[in-house]
Design a protein around this ligand. Sequence first.
Ligand code: 6GU
Length: 310
Amino acid sequence: MRIDVISIFPDYLAPLELSLTGKAMAAGLLDVGIHDLRDWTTDRHRTVDDTPYGGGAGMVMKPEPWAQTLSHVAGLADPAERAGLTGGTDLAERAGLTEGTDLAEGTDLARSSDGTQATTASATDAAAEAGEKPVLIVPSPAGAPFTQADARRLAVRSHLVFACGRYEGIDQRVIDWAGGDFDVELVSIGDYVLNGGEVAALVIIEAVARLIPGFMGNPESLVEESYEDGLLEYPVYTKPADWRGHPVPDVLLSGNHAAIARWRRDQRLIRTQRTRPDLLAGLPDEALDTRDRQALTEAAREVEPGGPGG
Ligand code: 6GU
């Protein structure tokens, strides 16, 4: 999988070199390019924002640097050329001037021997061969909630591009324009406001990358996880069996595998009922059997013995 991230704070994406995503890059499962949006501006001040039409607080990200960077990472021709507006534009000149510099090519976190541009083009070629557009993910508090189902869906795509906006957001025409060459998705990671899309991109990349086949050391640990089947995980314990007077639940020391499996399922049901009743309510009827419902009823009775005031 190829991932390109566009940001005015490329240093924010440095953690991708660490941990599992770093290992996936080293193993060749993942190829990441980080691009500084300002490298695709043409004015002396490298301006990426301007005041909003219609008035109001804050600044809006200008469309042209985005179109330039997106065209670059998708291996498309200069957008001005495509619109038939060529003839020695500043941008074409600028591209010539900066040719061969690392920054213009984006920082290749994998530090592979082949150039980032070539890698980008080949990833996009792979996407095109599969009859697929690259996915353009625009992190935004106005986006659709990002879920495990989205992570699974994105994990089988060959090229993801993240457009990390700052300020009040990116000129809407970029989103509309990109729809021709990308599958565009506005995505939110929760009901709170961040200063920009970078941290959200890190969250989404980690959720997606760990689902790439061959990425996890132990693929079985993916199976029983929270959200994969709509229930939260059961609590876990390790040695010692008694820690500061807190014993491990007896059943886990019993060696009775059926009893352990039942206890774990009950714990998942009870946890989900207590902290995420919305997840439980969203499950299809057949997801819970009679024994499951019994466990939930018993747990509810334990919380409220005899009901309120009883
Ligand atoms: Cl994806 N971006 C920003 N800026 N804020 C958010 C968010 C994304 N998701 C929740 N809040």
